[in-house]
Structures are given as C-alpha cells and as structure tokens.
Design a protein. Structure first.
Length: 496
C-alpha cells in the first residue's frame, strides 16, 4: 500500500490539444516542452492530460477508435519539417483555422491527413526504430491500422455498416483487403510510430524535470473502434455486432433524462473467463504512456448502468453488478505498485469505497460542489479523513470556476464567503486554490482555465452536447509574471 502513496504536490489539468501552436491544435512539439518548463517554474509536480486516443465524430477524447492508439492530430508538424518529411511551404499552404483560442476540427480533418500522407510518402519504412516499434506493438497496431484503412476505404462508415464478410472478420476477406489496402495500412502505422516517438520524448523530458504525467482513460470504449470490432466476444452485442444494451448514467440533479453515452457494455463474465486479457494489455500499454492512470467512471467497475440500446434517453436503465475486485486484482497483477486514481464521482455506490479501501487507490473530491451549506459535505477539506485523495476545483466536464459562480446569488454564496473568509465573487477562484493547496490531500489539480480565471467561454466540455466541445486553446504567454509568482508562492507555502 505504501508504494501507492502519491507524493504531496500540485498539478495542472491541460489537454495537449489546448496548447498554443501555429497549426490549429496543440501538439507534442516545442509548446508542450515549454509547458513542462512552466510547470517546473510554478513548482508543480503533476501534469494531467485528457485521453490521447484518435477521436471520431464529436471530437471527444472519450470516444476513440482505439484504446491503444494515439491521436494523429497531436503529431507535431514542426518536428516533421525538421526531419525533412514535409516542408514549411506545404504546411502553410493549408488553412488551420482562424482563431488562436479555438480548434476547428472540420478543417483539421480535411487538412491534417493530407500533410501526414505527404510525410508518410517520404518516410523510410526500413528504419530500424520503425521496424522495432511495429514488432513490439503488433498486438494492437496491426488490427488498428487495418481498421482505419478499412474505415477510410468505406467512406468513414462505422464497422457495423461494412460488408458482412469483413464486418464479421471472415479470414479470406481479411486477407484480400489487407493486400488491397497495404499502402493505407502502412500510413496508419506511420502515424502511430510518429505519435509514440514524439510522446515518449516529451514524457522523458517531463520526468527528467520532476514532472509526473497523469493520463486519463475512459472506462468504456467506443462501439466504432478496433477494440470492439476485433474483440466482439468481450462485449454485450448481438450476432450482427450491434449492442443490445449501452452505457450511461441515470437521471440526476444535472440531467432529467440521465445520460445515454452509447458505449457498448463489457461482457464481464466472458472477460473473467479469459483472465481479463484485454484489460491487462490495455493497462500495461497505458502504464508506458503515463506515470499515473486515472480511470474515468470507476463506479462502473462495481455497479454499472445498463440502458436499452434503442431508447432515446437513460430513464429506463437498470443497475447491474460489475466485476469489482476481480478486475482490480487483474489490473494490479500487471501494474504492481503502478499509481492509479479512481474517478469515484457520481451516484453514491457503497461498494466503491470498500473496493478503493482494499486497493489503496485514491478517489476524487470536487470543491466546486462542496458549498451547498452542508458543513458535513465530504468535499469540504475539514471533513477529509485521509490524505490519500486528489482534489479538483472541477473537471473537464464542469463549468470553469468563474463561470460556475458567476450567476449565483449573494444568498447562495453566503456559506462559501464565510468558509473562505472573502467578500466577493472576484476572490473565489484564488481562495479555492489556496484552500485546496492548504488541505491535507496528497494531490491537488486545477484546470489551466481556472488558474487563468476564465469564464465558461473556455469550458472544455458540456456533457450530452456536440459541436462546441473540446475546442479551447490557451493563448501563448497567458500567465503573466505576477500570476506566476502567486501560484509559485502558494505551492511553496503549502509544501506542494
């Protein structure tokens, strides 16, 4: 248990996509290395990123084509220019959007792969590093690359709509298409090689500077993913590969209809019979990418919400028993003392706390929701009974601090003002940062948007909506010297 304790420290939640760059979206280039230097300057210990997988319709990193692959959008183009795989003129001849603080995913989809294809055409596929990578990662890379090549060939249709023989993975058809799409398969392998090459350099730099990277993985995977196409027996699907039941969460204070995420549910009995083989591979792969793994929607491990696939909303869902300790034991079998954060937010499930006590994995506290006037609220720091927790002001799914409190009445804020010993809304963000830093919690994480005191125009995600999410980008040098000094001082005063 002691090996799982987190070093006392603070960190920043900042998606790679949100970094400032010249070409439309944050990447793993110099701006990412500069962000590591900023973390060091601010006396931080942790950098939390959002999931790094390739995104599909809606651009959510929580709906990925693969639980193992990296997002080609994050490949740094400046680096490819230095490697003479593309030219600056080629990159600058294309549009990357008109706003520095916004990501235009439609333009990215149109132009990013053109550039990457040009780079692929000049790449030496006999390169030793590439051959080594392809061999070591073949257990997922071959299927993913074939899946993406087939998807492109099929006008980006989901695999559920492919021809029956390829949808059902008929051996003869698989062989035929592998030969037919050889060039396209090679392109997707090239993208993954470059992604991992750049990411591992960035991670090594961060670790050398004393920064640990917290990665985020969704509990569920997308239906339209290589994982489901290849491992159908691990999911609750009918004979045509369509889900009979899907994931989500029930109606609550934030949603009258609940949330229907649409992810296929695992067939936990089948997974148990094969020793949770897919999960073990997944966790080992993520342990190479990250120093700490945050498992999103951890309560689904103990009890999960099951919604009829054809329903319009989540009202008719039912709770079902998850694998619980059987899965966490399988994870610990491969990770040992690898560090994990269990996102235990949402509906209270008694078995979750028991399981977390057994694993020693820390859970989360959200300060944004602590001030309802109830002085015994679990999220209020004076009620913390363990230092083995991670405190957030809010997550990527929440409003920013400024946005959340902006429309609250003075009456609603009376308890918060008294608790924080402040008198106005303008003081809230900094007072909450100080409160979190001064708490007993081992780890404190704030979104970059909250350190910048931005409103909801900088909100990362509004659940159950599509079109305006995952788009925020920070402007270059947005933290001035005075702000840097204050954050640094807080970290020093409270031994972060």
């Amino acid at each position: 248990m002691a090996g799982k304790e987190f070093t006392r420290g603070a960190g920043i939640l900042m998606s790679i996509t949100s970094l400032p760059t010249a070409y439309g979206i944050g990447t793993m280039g110099q701006d990412a290395f500069d962000f590591v230097d900023l973390l060091v300057d601010l006396k931080q210990r942790y950098w939390q990123v959002l999931p790094l997988g390739p995104t599909s319709f809606g651009d959510s990193p929580y709906q990925s084509f693969s639980a193992f692959a990296g997002n080609p959008y994050l490949i740094d183009l400046h680096t490819l220019i230095k490697e003479k795989l593309i030219t600056k003129a080629e990159v600058e001849s294309l549009s990357w959007g008109n706003k520095e603080d916004d990501i235009d995913y439609a333009i990215l989809f149109e132009n990013r792969f053109k550039v990457l294809n040009s780079a692929c055409g000049r790449f030496d596929f006999e390169n030793e590093k590439f051959l080594k990578f392809s061999k070591e990662e073949s257990y997922w890379l071959d299927d993913y690359s074939f899946f993406m090549a087939m998807k492109t060939f099929s006008n980006n249709d989901g695999w559920m709509d492919w021809k029956e023989e390829i949808r059902n993975r008929n051996d003869k058809s698989l062989n035929q298409y592998q030969k037919k799409l050889e060039k396209e398969i090679r392109f997707w392998k090239f993208c993954q090689f470059k992604f991992f090459e750049q990411w591992m350099k960035l991670k090594a730099y961060a670790n050398k500077k004393g920064i640990q990277i917290i990665g985020d993985i969704p509990l569920y995977v997308a239906l339209d993913s290589a994982d489901v196409w290849v491992n159908r027996e691990d999911f609750q699907l009918d004979k045509n590969g369509c889900p009979t039941l899907v994931a989500g969460c029930p109606p609550d204070a934030f949603s009258d209809d609940g949330q229907k995420w649409g992810n296929p549910l695992y067939d936990w009995d089948a997974m148990e019979q094969n020793g949770f083989a897919w999960w073990k591979k997944r966790m080992l792969a993520n342990a190479k990418l990250y120093d700490v793994i945050r498992i999103d929607h951890f309560i689904g491990v103990v009890r999960y919400y099951s919604i009829p696939a054809n329903d319009d909303n989540a009202k008719n869902g039912r709770w079902r028993k998850g694998p619980g300790k059987k899965l966490t034991d399988a994870i610990e079998e491969v990770l040992g003392d690898g560090k994990i954060i269990a996102e235990d937010l949402g509906v209270s499930v008694p078995g979750v706390k028991k399981l977390m006590d057994k694993t020693g994995w820390p859970g989360m506290k959200i300060l944004q929701f602590a001030f309802d006037g109830n002085t015994s609220h679990d999220y209020l720091p004076h009620n913390y009974t363990s230092r083995n927790i991670v405190v957030y002001a809010g997550t990527h799914d929440n409003e920013t601090l400024v946005g959340y409190f902006r429309d609250k009445t003075e009456y609603e804020l009376a308890f918060l003002y008294e608790y924080l010993n402040i008198n106005s809304k303008e003081e809230i963000a900094d007072a909450l940062i100080r409160l979190a830093y001064s708490s007993t919690a081992n780890v404190v994480i704030f979104q970059m948007q909250d350190l910048l005191k931005l409103g909801n125009e900088a909100r990362m995600n509004l659940p159950s909506t599509v079109g305006k999410n995952w788009r925020w980008r920070a402007l270059r040098d947005s933290l001035d010297d005075e702000r840097r000094t204050w954050i640094r001082t807080m970290a020093i005063i409270y031994r972060r």
